[in-house]
Design a protein around this ligand. Sequence first.
Ligand code: NAD
Length: 259
Amino acid sequence: MLKGKTALVTGSTSGIGLGMARALAGEGANLILNGLGEAGEIEAIRAAMAKDHGVEVLYSGADMAKPDEIAAMIAEAEARFGAVDILVNNAGIQHTAVIEDFPLDKWDAVIAINLSAAFHATRAALPKMRARGWGRIINTASANGLIAQVEKAAYVAAKHGIVGLTKVTALETAGSGITCNAICPGWVLTPLAQWQIEDRMARLGLDEAGAIANMLEKQPSKQFVTVEQIGGLTCFLCSDAAAQMTGVPIPIDGGYLAQ
Ligand code: NAD
């Protein structure tokens, strides 16, 4: 379905972004991977994806907290492939603390990586998408893009912000062949969720099963969303069937937001 298209997924060395990248490669898209991690492990992921799906896979180590590195990453992708046809703004971090104790550097980092990076990448990628008359921008928001949670001021602000950015991007591109939507996952078992399980074990004196049950309390299915399911939704948003879906926050959350 996506043969000949190029997809750039930020934060795709791990978790949800890696699942999205694998799904897009499975549909034939060339990939630009991005994210932090150990060089040897990233190269193994890159090489396996290229081999498994017969697509070209590049890696950019751009730091999503740095606007100049984001612009350089998009420029590098365009120099190689002509355009970034599919931009997935997914990189994200978390920090939990009540507002009075929230460290200023953590606030700045969460807003920079989870929100501002999506603006910088979208701004840089749009001109070439417009020139081709086709594009898909998919922002990884969260259930926290639509509802709040204690101790997550920066994360909730960034995720609500990205839902707003998604809507503006959709309005400014409407009718141009470009769509922009936000995926809003509930709990997904990735490294970002794993440390929150460990945090609950330590704080609440729970074993792992107890901490997971505590975490999934508000997720009615009592099951984690999988990265493969999010990859499938990502591919659907790139399909012709989704060409008139734009500006929408889409829950994939086991019923979390239905309450
Ligand atoms: P993860 O920790 O597995 O992956 C995060 C990715 O972002 C990694 O590839 C990491 O290297 C990258 N990253 C972090 N800081 C970066 C930086 N400065 N520059 C470049 N890359 C950077 O976490 P995940 O759960 O896969 O999270 C991915 C996205 O999904 C995030 O935006 C997160 O907020 C969102 N999300 C996660 C869940 C969940 O339950 N796991 C739920 C809703 C939304």
